[in-house]
Design a protein. Structure first.
Length: 276
């Protein structure tokens, strides 16, 4: 940047930009490692919270790669990972890591899985990257600095018609909650263009960010499912809330292009068991 007297001043990257680049680099490295491993042959998997909640050796290897990388470049940050990584830092920055978001897709060799790495500070989501290796797509964003797909700016779709909205959702691993949600989805699908279920929350949020979807809603997530996708979609213009319009939490997530957000809140409230 040039000052009034012609002096050139080099501006240091913001903390958000720095963390974004770190997230991109580690997500790409971990994702390419996992993709190479997936192509090498059949996988075995164990289960966690339920018989359909899967984990593979590549989930764990990816998380190890990411946490070791963060320890080198950001040794004072806190870390929380889906596969058990936990470190208390002193910097005020916490990383939330989903080493393979969409493990079932990964196991069955479906392309909708991602490495999701997000950083938060005292104000909330600050920066993040979601890398979809099978598609060769890197989504990233930082607070107040926009969101990109493979380096190109992205925005949500400009849509004000809920009947034209392509909506995405996900299902809990708990059978009783799946039954309730299935009834809600059965009602909503009759009032929107259609509903998709891709099986990876971070990917779903990024697809809202780049305009491939108009909205996404799901309950019972975790911070590592949400943080990176939230900062990316927010920077792309998406509106986040819970199902009644309050502040979003991992327990209940609704992300939508602004023109259909309020309508989708109404559809959720009037759909499924006990609807008003």
């Amino acid at each position: 940047m040039a000052t009034s007297n012609g002096t050139i001043v080099i501006m240091a990257p913001s903390i958000g930009s720095q963390l974004r680049l770190i997230a991109e680099s580690l997500a790409r490295e971990a994702g390419d490692m996992a993709l190479s491993g997936r192509k090498s042959g059949p996988l075995t998997a164990t289960t966690k919270s339920s018989p359909i909640d899967m984990v593979t050796k590549f989930d764990k290897a990816s998380e190890t790669l990411i946490t070791e990388g963060l320890a080198k470049v950001r040794p004072d940050d806190s870390i929380i990972g889906e596969e058990g990584a936990a470190k208390q830092g002193t910097s005020g920055i916490t990383w939330h890591i989903d080493p393979i978001d969409g493990t079932t897709n990964f196991y069955f060799d479906l392309p909708m899985w991602a490495v999701s790495i997000g950083a938060v500070d005292e104000h909330g989501p600050l920066a993040g990257a979601v890398y979809v290796p099978a598609l060769g797509e890197m989504f990233s964003g930082a607070r107040t600095e926009g969101a990109t797909l493979n380096g190109m700016p992205i925005r949500v779709r400009d849509n004000n018609d809920i009947a034209d909205a392509l909506v995405c959702t996900g299902y809990s691993y708990r059978i009783s909650e799946r039954e309730v949600h299935a009834k809600r989805v059965a009602d909503i699908v009759m009032k929107v263009r259609d509903i998709r279920r891709f099986g990876a929350a971070a990917v779903d949020l990024c697809f809202v960010a780049c305009g491939r979807l108009d909205a996404y809603f799901e309950e019972h997530l975790h911070p590592w499912d949400l943080i990176a996708g939230q900062v990316i979609a927010t920077e792309a213009g998406a509106v986040f809330s819970d199902y009644v319009g309050n502040a979003v939490t991992p327990a209940q997530v609704l992300a939508a292009t602004p023109g259909v957000h309020a309508d989708l809140i109404h559809l959720i409230a009037t759909s499924g068991p006990g609807a008003s």
